[in-house]
Write a protein that binds this ligand. Structure first.
Ligand code: R1P
Ligand code: URA
Length: 241
């Protein structure tokens, strides 16, 4: 069956799918796969399929923000995805977690609008524990900082006149801020599949720490290579369980 928005056929979507915001990152991830082939590039959604150590895996970009990403997650699940791992970037709240560090998101604060049109307030946006364990174990096998914990999903990247309560999230122990994980975790729970996420911190989101936003540094690019490796090794681990 052809998915109307992603323009991929369900027969081509395996159990394991890696997702990321940037179509260019999807292409970078696809280069790590054996027998990789591009399935479709429709709107911001670019999809590849291949194998990692014999395990079939697809990669799809979901763009920026929860509503567009939700379209991607829903169609991937309809097409047959059973485990979705987001490989993303996020802003850090803590000086001890500088650019280049990794965070495995165990749950997300629903500070966005999309999930409130799907489930009531109070419904948790929580990762699958097996996926979290596989991501964290794989990350510990690599060099560099990694933490696991709660992240927050926002709709706004740039602030308007309303204050984004970064200070409160930080006080509450939230590690990092990004824009799609809450949608992924809520949709995964609703549809009965597994999901998890690993993030490269690309700078500080907190007003006290923030300098100019620049995700295009060597440190971030190297850490993205590391998180891609971690996510693909997590897929191999999960497929062997
Ligand atoms: O790392 P990616 O997947 O691009 O995602 C992060 O980067 C974008 C903002 O620049 C948002 O989509 C945010 O969630
Ligand atoms: O949403 C995002 C993504 C990366 N860095 C940020 O500060 N915010």
């Amino acid at each position: 069956m052809l998915m109307p928005i992603l323009q991929v056929h369900s027969e081509d979507i395996p159990d394991y799918v890696i997702v990321c915001g940037d179509p260019q990152r999807a292409e970078i991830i696809s280069r790590k796969l054996d027998s990789a082939r591009e399935l479709a590039f429709s709107r911001e959604y670019r999809t590849f399929a291949g194998e990692i150590q014999g395990v079939p895996v697809a990669v799809t970009s979901h763009g920026v923000g929860s509503p567009g990403a939700a379209v991607c997650f829903e169609e991937l699940i309809r097409a047959g995805a059973k485990t979705i791992i987001r490989v993303g970037t996020a802003g850090s709240y803590f000086a001890e977690l500088p650019a280049g560090s990794l965070v495995v998101s165990t749950a997300a604060v629903r500070a966005e609008g999309l999930t409130y049109q799907l489930v009531p307030q109070g419904y948790p946006a929580v990762a699958d524990s097996q996926v979290v364990d596989a991501l964290y174990a794989s990350a510990l096998e690599t060099d560099g900082l990694v933490r696991k914990g709660i992240t927050v999903t926002l709709d706004a990247f740039f602030a308007g006149v309303e204050e984004i309560p970064h200070k409160k999230y930080k006080q509450a122990g939230v590690l990092a801020v990004e824009m799609e994980i809450a949608a992924l975790y809520v949709i995964a729970s609703l549809r009965g599949i597994r999901a998890g996420a690993i993030l490269v911190l690309d700078g500080f989101a907190d007003a006290d720490l923030a300098k100019e936003y620049n995700p295009h540094t060597d440190i971030v690019a190297q850490a993205v290579e590391r998180e891609i490796h971690v996510a693909l090794q997590a897929v191999v681990k999960l497929a062997a369980e």
